[in-house]
Design a protein around this ligand. Structure first.
Ligand code: GTP
Length: 405
């Protein structure tokens, strides 16, 4: 059989897809987020090392002299700057390389490699002037960052920060003169673009794995929804089989009882129980074979089905006993149903070429408040007994006068 791919339960599809997407995206995204943090940490330690190297190339004695504006000469500035320019030219991934000094909590540029014509850099840099004040536009993440540098630590910002030169991850390392005195500090700036260029290589992998996770979630949702549909379909099929008679496809006793209880709950004005019993089925079996008996049972079932409304309960209770349970059905309507069944059975037995084939019918009609199926069934059965004893192939209405307790 060709599979029908539309056969699935949409509700299950969406529930499972969303749940699977949450789990899979979390499984994919959390390691990605953690590895992004790890990559930033790797970059920070790289920036720290570069800052330490830059600090080590600065002549601390010259730099110490330059910290006092009274000592400033272009010549002293150029001599102090020269080794830093060579260092910067050898490491073109850096943006700005400079030195600074702190005065009363504020920072001022001392030398800046961007001020040198000898600097070899692919970047278009704006040079800061000697003793130009510096300020970040973002809030300083560590209020004591200057104290940390002054006490000998290499300080790297925890994240990229914005100042008037751009977005940078900056590293700062202290400079010491030949007597070991703290003499200002070096700054190296790594531009955000540098970081983004590194990250771009990971981004396509991240997006690819996220899309794969989402597609996987959709597939899981679809397979779960198909399985759910299949299982429900099988359960439904089993339920239908358990409720129906195999030979006639009418409801069986269990199916009848379920439908009757549902019908009784509707609180209709009247109910009719019409019991139909095949006449002399044993004789039919004996004389014409079991198959003929079966065939007649099917004809009786068809005659009953054709004589009632779709909403009425039409069942084979077992053997040769059938039942119609009709809701909102008064005595006239019930009698009419019985007549129709008899007529149709007669028609079908003519086609069987056996005038003796027939059914007997017992009718019981009741109105609320005292509607009990068990009682109705018993009364219909008493009426049926009278139909049989009265000569068969007829219907009899239950008469309380003949009631047997
Ligand atoms: N062919 C066939 N016969 C069945 C089936 N179920 C029950 N029977 C037969 O139906 C007969 C019912 O016998 P009885 O209850 O004596 O009823 P009856 O022979 O119809 O006689 P009356 O009801 O008195 O008219 C039995 O011989 C069962 O074997 C069935 O599914 N197919």
């Amino acid at each position: 059989m060709k599979p029908d791919f539309r056969q699935f339960t949409p509700r299950t599809f969406w529930l499972v897809t969303v749940a699977a997407a949450l789990v899979l995206v979390a499984i994919v995204a959390i390691p990605q987020w953690l590895s992004k943090q790890a990559r930033l940490e790797v970059l920070r330690s790289h920036v720290a090392q570069v800052a330490q190297l830059a600090a080590s190339v600065v002549d601390g004695d010259l730099h110490r002299q330059l910290l006092d504006p009274a000592n400033y000469t272009p010549e002293l500035y150029a001599r102090t700057l020269a080794p830093l320019v060579r260092f910067h030219s050898a490491n073109p991934e850096m943006f700005y390389v400079y030195t600074m000094v702190e005065r009363e909590g504020k920072t001022f540029f001392v030398v800046d490699t961007a001020a040198s014509d000898d600097l070899k850099t692919p970047h278009n840099l704006r040079a800061s002037a000697y003793m130009e004040a510096f300020e970040t536009l973002d809030k300083e993440p560590d209020p004591d960052w200057l104290q940390q540098i002054a006490s000998g630590h290499t300080y790297v910002y925890p994240r990229f920060l914005r100042d008037e030169y751009g977005y940078f991850l900056s590293g700062h390392a202290p400079i010491y003169d030949s007597q070991g005195r703290y003499s200002g500090f070096v700054g190296v700036d790594f531009d955000l673009q540098y970081y983004l260029a590194q990250e771009a290589r990971f981004r396509s992998i991240s997006i690819g794995t996220l899309i794969a996770a989402l597609l996987m979630a959709v597939l899981i949702g679809y397979l779960a929804a198909r399985y759910d549909h299949h299982v429900n379909h099988r359960i439904d099929e089993q339920y239908q089989i358990s409720m129906h008679d195999e030979l006639t496809q009418l409801l069986n006793r269990r199916g009848a009882m379920t439908s009757i209880h549902r019908a009784l709950a509707t609180g209709a004005s009247s109910y009719a129980a019409i019991l139909v019993d095949v006449d002399d089925l044993k004789g039919i079996n004996d004389n014409h074979g079991h198959a003929a008996g079966d065939s007649f049972l099917i004809k009786v079932a068809n005659a009953m089905r054709a004589s009632v409304r779709d909403a009425d309960v039409c069942a084979r209770l077992g053997g040769d006993e059938f039942l119609v349970f009709a809701t909102g059905c008064d005595l006239d309507a019930a009698t009419e149903i019985a007549r129709r069944i008899l007529a149709r059975v007669r028609e079908s037995s003519e086609s069987l070429d056996r005038a003796t084939f027939g059914v007997s019918i017992g009718i019981c009609v009741t109105s609320p408040p005292h509607v009990s199926f068990e009682t109705m069934y018993r009364h219909a059965d008493q009426a049926l007994y009278r139909a049989k004893s009265g000569g068969k192939n007829r219907y009899v209405i239950f008469d309380p006068v003949h009631a047997v307790a």
